[in-house]
Structure formats: structure tokens, C-alpha cells
Design a protein around this ligand. Structure first.
Ligand code: ATP
Ligand code: MG
Length: 418
């Protein structure tokens, strides 16, 4: 029996790993331009962290969590997302009163028991940004602008659009919820079983349903825009005005919800037409009550999360896979050349030049190896040349070769030239 990765998990190797890392490196760099500091919270948490934050009608909590009892009898859960962990960390570390707003970036693996398909896995990775302790529409716009900046910096924004909505304030939402319940209750027989449950517990969540029958009903459902208070409408208009000013294109989509009580005002998704069914690449919203749910004070917050695998698929589709690094291969000819080759090898690496040496083989074998690893140049060190203090430098793309003094090699190769 040969062992395979567990269903829904995958190994990141070669160009797949390079895309993955490029996504995270780019996001980290851009987020830091926006003033986000990076946090790393544990991969597993007390189950209550997620049960509280995600609500007991969400797909994640009802069907997708990896929850188990550890050997001490405590219920722990592999994190399905990171917002809850960040809010929990804000509270556990006593950071709720000082230095707000806090702008937090994170990147790491998440776990959901899902039906695996392209762009949907059981272990996947997210990057995300949270602004904790900011109630102003400018923070919504800035969080979103950072996400858009990351997409454009990656060069994958073609075919991707920001869809935005508001869930209003509590008063707007109460009025809207009543209208939704009236509408869906009058069509209850056409709702999926899951959505009938949501109708009682959390009717807004129905708008998030993926069931085809539900989707047809949702098309004609009332939208929140008829129920917004003037203050909520103004908040939404201000977010959009700031987005315009920050250069982020968007379109309204009144069907976007984040269906929990402590979600309000802004809700948004970046969706692409390039990934089939798994079209949401980034999603977020304002969650003014979540920190409270973790036992902290009222801390209005806004954030988003994005699936690294989906961004990496977009990189691949747009031909933007980062190139593999191209080292310089050192090729000693004869045993006596090996020592000087090692000296040069370390000098190159110390100077920041990727350099490699094959562990064995004659000139021909080592040159083959140099080509196989994609070396840009080979430094051939023959005994007679070494005696003269020179080496042959071969440009492996151009096929040209010239004699270079040993003490000039590092400088020449550090300049990128062969
Ligand atoms: P979906 O509707 O695709 O199930 P979601 O609403 O469950 O997404 P969020 O919880 O908002 O997703 O997570 C934010 C982002 O994380 C998604 O937009 C997506 O890019 C990514 N994501 C979520 N679940 C997975 C998964 N199982 N595999 C890969 N990426 C995922
Ligand atoms: Mg999901």
C-alpha cells in the first residue's frame, strides 16, 4: 500500500509552492505598506472560539469543523478561519484598550471538512487583514483597498470584481429580517431543509445558500436597501466614496451577506469569472460585536480573508508563476580542484549569489547536472587554470565561455551576469 495525502489535502512542491509563496510574500509586503502588523495565532483553539464566532447555523460550524477531544478531554478545533483567533488573541493578551485600532495581517493553514474540488480543500491557506477597534467607514475602505492592492500587485485582477453590500445597523437589519422572514415563510415549501432551519434561526443566512432551489427564491427576495436607516445608508455611501477616492472599482450586490448578529454595515466579496464554481477569492465584512463575543469590550472591527490556493490558481491561469531561482553551478575538474571550488562556492553564497556544486561526477556528468537544475552559468575549475588563478565561465543560455580571474568571479556573478 502506498500512502497518499489525506483527502482534500495536497503537497506544495515546485512551481505550486512558488506560486503559493509568492501570494503570501506579496500580501505580507503590501499589508505592511498599509500599516498591518503580522500575528500568528495557534492552528487549533478551544472549540468555543469558533462555535461562538461563527454561529451554530453556519455551514462551517454545522458541517465543516475538525473538532475532537484531546487526550485531556478538552474539545479543540482546527481553525476553519482566523478572524475568531485574532479576536480571541486581542482579548487574551489584554490588547483591547490600548493602541487601537490594531491592524493585523495573518497567513496560514485553515481546516474545513468539505467536499474537495478544484479551489476547495480540507486543508487550505488564507491570508487576511483585520482592523480591530475602528468604527469609521474609512477603515472599511482601507481594508478593502489593501485587498485590491494585493490582487493588482499579483497581476490577477483581470476578471475579478469587488461586489459590495451593506447589512446596515441593527435597526435596518431588524426591519430587513422581518421582511425576509415574511417572504421566505410564504415560500417555505420551496426552501431546502437547511434554509428552513435558517429561517427560524438566522434568515439572512439563506441569502448565502448554494442550493439551486434556494437560489431561485433568493433572486426575488427583498433587499436591505428598502430598509436602511438614514445613518446606515450614509455609512454605506461614505465607504463607497472612499473606495472611489482610493481607486478601487466595485459594484453593488445586494445578495452578499455575512449572516450573524454581530456582522453589520459593510459586506463584500472579490469574485472572479476564471475559477468556475470557486469564484470567491476574497471575502470580508464589518463585525462590530465579535470581540465582545470573546469576552472583550465592544470593539468595532472590519476584515477580510482570501484563499491562497485560489489566488495561486489565478496566478497560474494568467501565466504569472514565478520563475525558479537559477543558481551558478561550480564544476571542479579533478580532485585537486574541489577545494578551491568549495572556497568559491561559499564566497558566492556569502555575496548573495545562489550557487551549487554536484556531489560527484566527471566534467560531463556535472555539466549535465548543471543544466538539469536550471543553472544560469557554470564555473569550470580545471587544475591548470587554477594554477593560473583563472576559471572558465560558461553562460549556459548563450553557450559562450570565457576566462575570468578567480578574484573577479564573485563580483561578476553578483552583478547577475554570467
Ligand atoms: P465558499 O462560499 O467558497 O465556501 P466561504 O464563504 O466558506 O467560501 P470564507 O469563510 O469567507 O469562505 O473564506 C474566505 C475565503 O477563503 C474564500 O473566499 C475562499 O477564497 C477561501 N476558502 C474558503 N474555504 C476554502 C476551501 N475549503 N478551500 C480553499 N479555499 C477556501
Ligand atoms: Mg464555505
Amino acid at each position: 500500500m502506498s500512502l497518499q495525502p489525506a483527502r482534500g489535502t495536497h503537497d506544495l512542491i515546485g512551481e505550486e509552492f512558488r506560486r503559493h509563496r509568492h501570494v503570501i510574500d506579496t500580501a505580507r509586503r503590501i499589508a505592511s505598506l498599509y500599516g498591518f502588523e503580522e500575528w500568528a495565532t495557534p492552528v487549533f483553539e478551544d472549540t468555543r472560539v469558533f462555535a461562538r464566532s461563527l454561529g451554530d447555523t453556519s455551514d462551517v460550524v454545522t458541517k465543516e469543523m475538525y473538532t475532537f477531544e484531546d487526550r485531556g478531554g478538552d474539545s479543540v478545533t482546527l481553525r476553519p478561519e482566523n478572524t475568531a483567533g485574532v479576536c480571541r488573541a486581542l482579548v487574551s493578551n489584554g490588547l483591547t484598550q490600548s493602541n487601537l485600532p490594531r491592524k493585523v495581517f495573518y497567513a496560514g493553514p485553515m481546516f474545513r471538512y468539505e467536499r474537495p474540488q478544484k479551489g476547495r480543500y480540507r486543508q487550505f491557506h488564507q491570508i487576511g487583514c483585520e482592523i480591530l477597534g475602528a468604527a469609521e467607514p474609512l477603515s472599511d475602505a482601507e481594508a478593502i483597498a489593501c485587498g485590491w492592492h494585493i490582487l493588482t500587485e499579483l497581476g490577477i485582477e483581470d476578471g475579478t470584481v469587488l461586489e459590495i453590500n451593506t447589512l446596515g445597523d441593527t435597526e435596518s437589519r431588524d426591519a430587513y429580517r422581518a421582511a425576509l422572514v415574511a417572504y421566505f415563510a410564504s415560500h417555505a415549501e420551496r426552501l431546502s431543509a437547511d434554509s428552513r432551519t435558517r429561517l427560524e434561526k438566522n434568515p439572512l443566512r439563506i441569502l448565502d445558500s448554494k442550493d439551486a432551489g434556494d437560489r431561485r427564491l433568493i433572486e426575488d427576495a427583498p433587499t436591505i436597501h428598502d430598509h436602511l436607516t438614514p445613518a446606515a445608508a450614509d455609512f454605506y455611501a461614505t465607504v463607497k466614496r472612499h473606495l472611489d477616492r482610493l481607486g478601487v472599482p466595485f459594484r453593488d450586490n445586494p445578495r452578499i451577506v455575512r449572516g450573524l448578529d454581530y456582522y453589520g454595515h459593510t459586506a463584500f466579496e472579490f469574485v472572479t469569472d476564471r475559477l468556475g464554481a470557486q469564484g470567491t477569492v476574497m471575502a470580508g465584512g464589518r463585525y462590530d460585536g465579535l470581540v465582545e463575543e470573546m469576552g472583550g469590550p465592544h470593539t468595532p472591527s472590519i476584515g477580510w480573508a482570501s484563499g491562497v490556493e485560489r489566488l495561486a490558481l489565478l496566478l497560474e491561469a494568467s501565466g504569472r508563476t514565478p520563475a525558479a531561482p537559477r543558481p551558478v553551478a561550480l564544476v571542479p575538474v579533478g580532485e585537486a580542484a574541489e577545494g578551491p571550488a568549495l572556497d568559491l562556492l561559499q564566497s558566492l553564497r556569502r555575496a548573495g549569489v545562489a550557487a551549487e556544486i554536484a556531489y560527484k561526477g566527471n566534467l560531463k556528468k556535472r555539466m549535465e547536472r548543471a543544466n538539469r537544475i536550471g543553472a544560469r552559468a557554470a564555473v569550470i575549475l580545471g587544475e591548470s587554470e587554477l594554477a593560473e588563478g583563472v576559471a572558465q565561465l560558461r553562460d549556459l543560455d548563450a553557450g559562450t565561455q570565457d576566462r575570468v580571474a578567480l578574484d573577479a568571479l564573485v563580483q561578476r556573478l553578483a552583478g547577475g551576469a554570467a
